[in-house]
Design a protein around this ligand. Structure first.
Ligand SMILES: [Zn+2]
Ligand SMILES: [Zn+2]
Length: 118
């Protein structure tokens, strides 16, 4: 069974061959050898190289996205720990102030363990 070539186009790289696929990225026609499937789309080798670069950027973007998420999770955990420690110190406002200053110097965990007193 012959695959009907879209508009009787020829492969950009092989003028003697009829195109059997069209690059969905640049819209040019190519023979079966010159195209490849990428993310379920038929694209040419040139666009695949570009997509490869773009994919790298996208992967970096996803990696960058993961960092703020982890940061937010850490902040939420730190806030929860600080809030728990803060509730213990809320009866002593001046001590809470000193505790907050110390917390920035040492760790919240250490402050919670030592339970600093005025
Ligand atoms: Zn292309
Ligand atoms: Zn070709």
């Amino acid at each position: 069974m012959k695959a009907p070539s879209p508009v009787g186009q020829r492969c950009v790289n092989h003028p003697e061959r009829e195109s059997s696929a069209r690059c969905l990225s640049c819209g040019r026609f190519y023979c079966r050898e010159c195209v490849t499937e990428h993310d379920g789309r038929i694209i040419c080798a040139a666009c695949l190289a570009k997509a490869g670069e773009g994919g790298g950027d996208r992967r970096r973007g996803l990696h960058a996205l993961g960092t703020p998420a982890a940061l937010i999770a850490a902040l939420v955990l730190a806030y929860a720990a600080f809030y728990t420690a803060g509730r213990a110190l809320i009866a002593l406002p001046s001590a809470f102030h000193e505790g907050a200053a110390a917390a920035s110097d040492t760790s919240t965990y250490g402050m919670h363990e030592d339970t600093p007193r005025p």
